[in-house]
Write a protein that binds this ligand. Structure first.
Ligand code: SOE
Length: 351
């Protein structure tokens, strides 16, 4: 494990639940490494990234964004498997270099919302023609942990987190899910960004708090997406609704055991129950209906499938570095569209 914050805790939990041993950790200083090792119950304290790589089969990179490229590159160049947090890199060009450098190892990005059984079910139903011809997508990813001007975090600084903050941090999950669930591709974007506070803690803010965008998909379907980290009362409200010529589906991350099925005559709420789910969704449904599953379970399923790939299996829907690159390309297109105030093409990489 590289890093010692909230995401390191989440990765360590998922790794263990997926059957791995967390054998070594490295944080930003020897003191922080010791503190993180104690908190996470990890025996090995690495003195350097090279030492860490020596000690493990898979490295999880959970550091601030600006380190992702350099650290992941070192891991894959050593021939070691890697899980790297999103954004995979702070530029699409660096993300592309990582895809190339990682061709001989398993290299994944935790787009974990793909691993909610009901999100998987939505994908399976769309692929099976269950909604008819895709017409529109409505999506949002809303949080409020940066609502006040006094809220500070390394992500707010472009030097630490990259030129895009809200979109790179959570919009990347949203567009990944849009393309994953629909099987379609975003081809053109028009966008506006918003920065709620010009400064935080005396520092000028150089990243966006929110983005509103309109997109066109390869099929001709239209999407309207809203991303914000200053949306009062919203904690981790990732919603995606796909509407087709026959029916619609809505998945909400904060109610992950449900899938809304919209129909002109009647609409219904389907509750997670392996007996009625498609095989790919059913395999992710680990406990009977009525026993809630959530964020940590999705993270664990992601880790389990990553390790299955390390063993040579080919689990479906595993988000790899190519998907991290794809999200980085869309993120750059969003910033370019906002800056130029015009429709911007999204390059068809990773398609
Ligand atoms: C903070 O916005 C954060 O922890 C993101 O970095 C994660 O990717 C998201 O899953 C939850 O929110």
């Amino acid at each position: 494990m590289v890093g010692g914050g909230f995401m390191a805790r989440t990765h360590a939990h998922a790794a263990r639940a997926a059957g791995a041993q967390v054998v070594s950790i490295l944080s930003s200083s020897p003191e922080r490494t010791t503190a993180a090792a104690r908190e996470l119950g990890v025996e090995g304290e690495a003195g350097s990234l090279d030492q860490l790589i020596e000690a493990v089969d898979v490295v999880h990179v959970t550091t601030p964004n600006r380190w992702h490229f350099e650290q992941s590159l070192a891991v894959v160049e050593a021939g070691t498997h890697v899980v790297c947090e999103k954004p995979l890199a702070t530029t699409a060009a660096d993300a592309e270099r990582l895809v190339e450098a990682a061709s001989g190892v398993v290299a994944t990005v935790p787009f974990v919302y793909r691993f909610h059984p009901m999100a998987r079910e939505a994908r399976a139903r769309v692929a099976a023609g269950g909604i008819g011809r895709l017409l529109t997508v409505r999506g949002a990813y809303l949080q409020d942990w940066l609502l006040a001007a006094s809220d500070e975090n390394w992500r707010v600084s472009a030097a630490e987190g990259g030129a895009s903050r809200a979109f790179g941090d959570i919009g990347s999950h949203l567009v990944d899910l849009v393309e994953f669930v629909t099987g379609d591709r975003i081809t053109r974007i028009a966008a506006r960004t918003q920065t709620a506070h010009a400064s935080r803690g005396g520092q000028r803010v150089d990243t966006e708090d929110g983005v509103a965008l309109v997109a066109e998909l390869a099929s001709g379907a239209l999407a309207s997406l809203l991303v914000s980290q200053v949306a009062a009362g919203r904690k981790n409200a990732l919603t995606i609704e796909v509407s087709g010529s026959d029916a619609a589906l809505q998945f909400e991350q904060e109610r992950p055991d449900e899938l809304w099925v919209g129909g002109r005559e009647a609409s219904s709420l389907i509750l997670r129950d392996a007996a009625i789910l498609s095989p790919d969704a059913a395999r992710l449904s680990l406990v009977p209906s009525g026993h809630p599953m959530g964020y940590l379970d999705a993270f664990t399923a992601f880790a389990r499938d990553t390790y299955a790939a390390v063993r040579g299996e080919e689990p479906s829907g595993l988000p790899r570095f190519a998907d991290g690159h794809r999200a980085a390309v869309i993120t750059e297109a969003v910033l370019a569209a906002a800056a130029s105030d015009s429709w911007t093409a999204v390059p068809s990489v990773g398609v």
